[in-house]
Design a binder for this molecule. Structure first.
Ligand code: ADP
Length: 460
């Protein structure tokens, strides 16, 4: 029954930038026709040029184009696309979008609307994870609406605590309270930030871990009770709770911990009947894993897992969405070498101010073990309307040391002129002793950045 289900005839890619290109490449390798959608600001984008067909879906603001469900649906109908890949961001975790597509007989390349909904509400996600035997961060069992309730929980779990938005994402709607006096402000601020960012002021309380690492497990489920894990990624180098540099395997965990947490996660995903790719995120401290959330989509940092496993995650997503079972078992998954990804943003490497504009010169690095996922080219004008991520440099080596040396030389080769990028930041990080020894937690980069501002001056 497996091999009998045909893959899709035509996939519409509801995204832009490097991820639209990434998905397009997987479709082409599977012999599936592609449809690009784009805003009026993206008429000359690479994903539009390389797709078999393209449809303009609206003006530059994302809410009028890349988030415009009726327009995307119309584009499916006009072109006869039978599936949509949402990439990451935009509509990728929008349960209603998945439902609407299904109602129109267009497949959503991702999990069921029900699973997107459960994991999109972090309170519900934590509850579900706990029920499935995944260790979670100690905290409130459900939402917290007033100071008295928040103080009661905080007294039970101990300070400091973190107040977090139930609908949170991108590191927003999170406030620390270090003592009972700070609860009131933290709660009010987290709620108003959550309301402004997500239109939902529901928040919950959890233990604020002092020096954890961020370690996440990649999973694939076939929706029929089959699931495998593809190991972990260490994403502890963060700025404002957003990932900057990711690596696999984690320099902080050993084979026994990998097998243990991977096994727990794969089992949970299998019993949920989860379908597609997903990432279960943990904080890791003193040898213990604590679940924080699950992302029900492809992640920016998926290429590091692809590098060490040789598995094409987008290809697997497409196969699963078309109804096939997993083509391999857990025993078939092997890990080779070490991979690091650097997120190249069109931003000033010191102030992180956005730096859109025209790329005057572009020369990406190459050679053995070097992958650049980017949709920019020489002469391309980066529009000011979207995320500042313009590319990812992914480097693979037989050992972590080889990988770091390769990253160093790849960063040296990388030329992007005409705009400012975060490449100089990575040139600093790749020669840092703490990074070389793998000794960093989620606060390391922030501390390092504020130290260098003091040293060089804010405008230097
Ligand atoms: P988002 O969905 O906004 O990305 P997450 O729950 O995934 O939020 O957390 C993002 C980051 O915030 C984590 O990688 C970590 O750096 C920090 N963080 C989240 N929860 C905690 C916690 N309980 N203690 C300490 N840091 C946390």
């Amino acid at each position: 029954m497996n091999a009998a289900s045909p893959l899709f005839g035509k996939i519409l890619i509801a995204n832009r930038g490097e991820i639209a290109l990434r998905v397009l490449r997987a479709c082409k390798e599977l012999g599936i026709a592609t449809v690009a959608v784009h805003s009026t600001a993206d008429g000359d984008a690479m994903h539009v040029r390389l797709a078999d067909e393209s449809v303009c879906i609206g003006p530059p603001p994302a809410r009028d184009s890349y988030l415009n469900i009726p327009q995307i649906l119309a584009a499916c109908e006009i072109t006869g696309a039978d599936a949509v890949h949402p990439g990451y961001g935009f509509l990728s975790e929008n349960a209603r979008f998945a439902e609407i597509l299904q109602a129109h007989n267009v497949a959503f390349i991702g999990p069921s609307a029900e699973h997107i909904r459960i994991m999109g509400d972090k309170i519900e996600a934590k509850r579900t994870a706990g029920r499935l035997g995944i260790p979670v961060v100690p905290g409130s069992d459900g939402g917290v609406t007033n100071d008295v309730a928040a103080r009661k929980i905080a007294a039970e779990i101990g300070y400091p605590v973190l107040i977090k938005a139930a609908s949170g994402g991108g590191g927003r709607g999170m406030k620390v309270a270090r003592s009972p006096d700070e609860i009131s402000d933290a709660l009010a601020n987290a709620r108003s930030e959550a309301q402004a960012a997500f239109g939902d002021d529901a928040v919950y309380v959890e233990k604020y871990l002092a020096k954890p690492r961020h370690i996440e497990v990649q999973v694939l489920g076939d929706g029929k009770g089959g699931a495998v894990h593809l190991g972990e990624r260490d994403c502890s180098l963060q700025r404002r709770h957003q990932k900057v540099w990711e690596e696999a395997p984690s320099p902080a965990i050993d084979e026994a911990a990998r097998v243990r947490i991977g096994g727990i996660v794969a089992q949970a995903v299998a019993s949920l009947g989860y379908s597609g790719a997903g990432t279960v995120e943990f904080l890791y401290e003193n040898g213990e894993f604590y679940f924080i959330e699950m992302n029900t989509r492809l992640q920016v940092e998926h290429p590091v897992t692809e590098a060490i496993t040789g598995i094409d995650l987008v290809n697997e997503q497409i196969r699963i969405a078309s109804g096939r079972s997993l083509s391999f078992d857990q025993e078939d998954v092997t890990f080779e070498g070490h991979a690091i990804e650097c997120r190249v943003n069109a931003e000033d490497p010191r102030t992180f101010a956005a730096s859109p504009g025209r790329i005057a010169n572009y020369h990406p690095p190459g050679g053995l073990g070097v992958r650049v996922d980017s949709a920019v080219y020489q002469g391309y004008r980066i529009p000011p309307y979207y995320d500042s991520l313009i590319g990812k440099l992914i480097v693979h080596g037989r050992t972590r040391i080889e990988c770091m040396m390769r990253l160093r030389r790849a960063l040296d080769e990388f030329v992007i002129d005409g705009i400012r990028t975060t490449i100089p930041l990575f040139r600093d990080l790749v020669v840092d002793d703490d990074i070389a020894s793998g000794q960093y937690d989620i606060h390391w980069l922030e501390k390092r950045l504020s130290a260098s501002v003091e040293l060089h001056g804010r405008t230097g």
